[in-house]
Each structure stands twice: as C-alpha cells, then as structure tokens.
Ligand binder design. Structure first.
Ligand code: G16
Length: 545
C-alpha cells in the first residue's frame, strides 16, 4: 500500500459549475492544484465514495489523458474501490451516463468542454454525474462549489501511470482500474431501442448518409454502429478519428461549424439523403435532410410525433420536456397527442427529475440537444438513429417528416442569435436594464404586435419542488411570437448574449420562407427592446442558428 500524500492547498476563486460543469481554458486547468482542488471537492461533497465504483472518461481533448491519470491517483487515495475508464480515456457524455447506470456506479467524472474548441489554447472542463447517470443537480453542484471555497488539502498517491490503451483490469494500489470498451454498453443499449434490421434494410436499398464526427468523441461510436453494425458504406462517417484539438475545428454541430457536412448536404448534385453531426463529447446533434436543415426544436417535435415507430418507444410517451428557450413546436405536438409538455430552464440537469419520475420520456433543447429516458444525458447518436429509424419505418425523407409535422401543428419559424465574447459588464448591464424594463412592457405595441407577457423565467421543479430563478427574460406577443434573452452559462471568455426569436405560422402557403426573412421584424424588435447594437457596438450577431 503506497502512502497517501496529503497536499496542502488554498481555494481558487470561481470554481463554480456553470450550465454544464466547470469549464475554463486549458491554461487555467494546468495551474498547479486547480484540477486537484475541484476533484477533491467532488469527493468531499458527495457522500458514499468509500468502496464505490466510479466511471471516468472524456472527449479526448488536450489535457484529457493527463487529467485522467491525476484523477485515478486521487480516486485511489480517497477510498474508491473500482474505476471504469474508457479505453484511451475516451467516453462520450451519453456513453458515460449509460455505463454509470448499467454498472450501478456511485457516479462518473466526465472531462469535456463539450462544443468548445480544444488544444493547448482551447477549453477544458469537468463535470460530475451521480448514480442516476445525469448531470449533477444544483444542490450537488452548489455543495461542490461551497467545498472549493474552504478546501485546504487534497489526497493523492504517487503511483505510476496506468496504461489506458488495453482493455482489462490493473491495480492502482488496491483500487481496481478496469479499462472498458467505450462503445460496447452504449451500442447494446441502442439495439434495444431502434429497429436495426429496418435501418440495415435502408442502407442496403442505397440510402446514403454522411455523419460528421468533427474529430471528436463520437467518431468511434458512429463507425461501430453505423458502418459495422448497420452496414452503412465505409466513408459514411467523416472526420471520425478523435484528435486532441478536434483538427483545429470547433466541434459544435451547427450550420456554421459543421461546414464539411453542410457543403455535402447542400450540394446541387449528389447530395446524400441525410446528414448528421455531433459535438465534442457526443451529446449534441444536428440533423440535415438533402438541402434541408432541421431545427433542433422541430427535431424534438418530429421525434415526439412519430415515436411509436421506434420499438423502444412503441409503448407510448409519458410526456415530453423542453427547455424554455426551445420553440413551442413540441408543445403543439404534445397537445395533439394528449400528453404533457414540461418547460424547464436551460440545462439538461433540469430534465433529470422528470425522467427519473417517469413524467417525461423525450426531452430536447434548442442548443442541439435531444434525448430520452434511456440515459440521463442528451444523446447525439441516439437522435441520429431515431431519425434513421423513422425514415426506414415511414419511407419518408427527412424533409417530408418535418413538413408532415408542420402540416399537423403549424410551423414555428425559429432562430437564435449569439453575440459572443462581449465584455461581461456590458452584457450584464444589458440584462439588468432589460429586467428593470419588464414591468412597463405589458400592453405596449412593437412592430404591430402587443406584449402579452414579459418576465424573467422562474421554475419550480414539479417533482422535488426545487426552485430556479432568473433563467432568462421572455417577451411574449399577442400573435404567439416570442423573444427570449439570456446569457450563456458555458462560455469561458467574456459573456455571450443569446437571443431566441420565434413566431408561429399556421398558413401552409406561408411556411416556405427563409427563416431570417420570416423573422426580420421580430429581430428588429429584439434589438430595439434591449438596445443590443447600441450597447455592444456590434452590427450583428457572431453566430446565427
Ligand atoms: C450545455 C447544457 C445544455 C445547454 C447548453 C447551452 O450543453 O448541457 O443543457 O442547453 O449547454 O447552454 P448555454 O446557453 O448556457 O451556453 P453542452 O453540450 O455544452 O454540455
């Protein structure tokens, strides 16, 4: 038994988990004791680690392997009995959630900054998921944060590096380290949810798709499931090898960053039937038809409407849940189906209680996240398989499935405008002033619309009664249009203002407009209400999705 080294340390300011874990630049995480303090705070704040099983892995970004070796030494020094680590330190976020649940672990530590760029000058992140496999709820993240403020020492062993490249068990002192295939449990779960025979038949019939792994963690999962198990032709998965800087790309599956994929799907000749991409840690997804973009909100609405075609959901849906800024298309479908639709604050962690209590089966967010009760994280590849299952079962194209949903419940034109890396003071003042103006907005007219509700979204969890306030300013108009403003909780530089703009269009003859044109007057109202251009000096958003 090696001697446990107790290392004196002092607290770092600002180790507060954001929308999804602690995200900072790599340079911050490389500061001596920075990672160790946070990991010790997890071990101290979450009861039950002695003799427990921990799941550990990450999205393969720069610093992943170094951090994993540190965490293994700390886990052994803190009484963990067994750690399940993905081979080469890789585990997608939904893959980790799956393993935590399948192996009844105490919890998991996932190393990822999701869709943020990686590399020595990029971002890094760490999050803890407890035994239900989902992101830690706020009472746990608050406890961890509180501990980071008082920490004075951490425990570690001085043991050699563990070889993470070979499957099997080794020991770090008396703690077992089991290197697992990161894909196996996950792929087995997918086979229980979707009709793999039907999807195989689709590919055999000449259906062509392109999946962009963006050189992030999903590549090995997509290659195994799409190409090896479902028989999609080799080359269906592009950018499928995880690289620690994501090939210098920005692993965010949207129309701007997944440009390789977008070029293929929007080509005039020879475009594949379907396109999809996933992000750094595999929990986000973007779905494209041939020359057709599916908004994440519409994607959730289509999956909800057609869920019965997938074997894992044929029994029916208990309900559906969406984050507040997500469009209200899923609400309309839920109403049609006669099931409940829940509206939660931004952050997958808010879906956990609804999923655990069996109130919601499917969940989704505008930020390219969709998932279900099969794990407790959003799940990029799961969404892709769901879409493939629907295409195979209905014989319809991706575009036709979306149009069918619009025909049944109307179209909601939807866009998100991001103003990235604003000086924090300017962004916070903008939001404060907007909040202060809310009281006077009711009944005022803007561009021919009248404000019916203006508030700062507050949420009471219907299962455990926990409350969250200041979750985004929303302005609702008499024609069903809506503008939402909030500051991102996942950035690492300055502040990012997100403005979410939508309006319903129930007239089938007017459902074919360009989204930005269809929303032009509301976009102008959004700017006027908050004074965005004037306050930020920007003449437009950095990213439009
Ligand atoms: C995280 C959360 C999501 C959230 C998204 C955007 O996703 O898990 O629930 O919608 O961030 O958050 P924000 O608007 O605060 O930047 P991910 O994929 O980054 O873990």
């Amino acid at each position: 038994m090696s001697a446990i080294r107790v290392v004196p340390t002092t607290p770092f300011e600002g180790q507060k988990p954001g929308t999804s874990g602690l995200r900072k630049t790599v340079s911050v995480f490389r500061k001596p004791h920075y990672l160790e303090n946070f990991v010790q705070a997890i071990f101290d704040a979450v009861p039950g680690r002695q003799g427990a099983t921990l799941v550990l892995g990450g999205d393969g970004r720069f610093h992943n392997k170094t951090a994993i070796q540190t965490i293994l030494r700390m886990a052994a020094a803190n009484g963990i009995a067994r750690v399940l680590v993905g081979r080469d330190g890789l585990l997608s976020t939904p893959g980790a959630s799956c393993v935590i649940r399948a192996r009844q672990a105490w919890g998991g530590i996932i190393l990822s900054a999701s869709h943020n760029p990686g590399g020595p000058d990029g971002d890094f992140g760490i999050k803890f998921n407890p035994s239900n496999g989902g992101p830690a709820p706020e009472r746990i993240t608050d406890a961890i944060f509180e501990r980071t403020g008082t920490i004075s020492e951490y425990c570690i062993l001085d043991t050699p590096e563990v070889d993470l490249s070979t499957l099997g068990e080794t020991l770090v002192d008396d703690m077992v380290v089991e290197v697992i295939d990161p894909v196996a449990d996950y792929a087995a779960l997918m086979e229980t949810l979707f009709d793999f025979d039907a999807i195989r038949g689709l590919f055999q019939g000449g259906f062509r798709m392109c999946f962009d792994g963006m050189h992030a963690v999903t590549g090995p999962y997509a290659t195994e499931i799409l190409e090896n198990r479902l028989g999609a032709p080799k080359g269906t998965v592009i950018n499928g090898v995880p690289l620690d800087d994501f090939g210098e790309g920005h692993p965010d599956p949207n129309l701007v960053h997944a440009h390789d994929l977008v070029e293929k799907l929007f080509a005039t000749d020879g475009a594949p039937d379907m396109g999809a991409a996933s992000d750094g840690d595999g929990d986000r997804n973007m779905i494209l038809g041939r020359r057709f973009y599916v908004t994440p909100s519409d994607s959730l609405a289509v999956l909800t409407l057609n869920a019965a075609h997938a074997p894992g959901y044929a029994r029916g849906l208990a309900g559906v849940a969406r984050s507040m800024p997500t469009s209200r298309a899923p609400d309309r479908v839920a109403q049609l189906l006669g099931i409940d639709c829940y509206e939660t604050p931004t952050g997958w962690k808010f879906f956990g209680t609804l999923l655990d209590a069996g109130k919601a089966t499917l969940c989704g967010e505008e930020s390219f996240g969709t998932g279900s009760d099969h794990v407790r994280e959003k799940d990029g590849l799961w969404a892709v398989l769901f879409w493939l299952n629907l295409v195979a079962a209905t014989g319809q194209t991706v575009e036709a499935l979306v149009r069918d949903m619009w025909a049944k419940v109307g179209r909601i034109y939807y866009t998100r405008h991001d103003y990235e890396e604003l000086p924090s003071r300017i962004a916070e003042t903008l939001m404060d002033d907007l909040r202060a103006s809310l009281g006077g907005l009711f009944g005022t007219a803007h561009g021919g619309r009248t404000v019916m509700l203006a508030d700062d979204f507050a949420y009471t969890d219907p299962v455990d009664g926990s409350k969250a306030s200041k979750q985004g300013v929303r302005v609702l108009f008499d024609d069903g249009a809506r503008i939402v403003y909030r500051l991102s909780g996942t950035g690492t530089a300055g502040a990012t203002l997100r403005v979410y703009i939508e309006r319903p269009e129930d007239d089938p003859a007017r459902q074919d407009m360009d989204t930005q044109a269809a929303l032009a007057d509301l976009i102008a109202t959004a700017d006027a209400l908050a004074g965005i251009q004037q306050r930020t000096g920007r003449d437009g958003p950095t990213v439009v999705t």
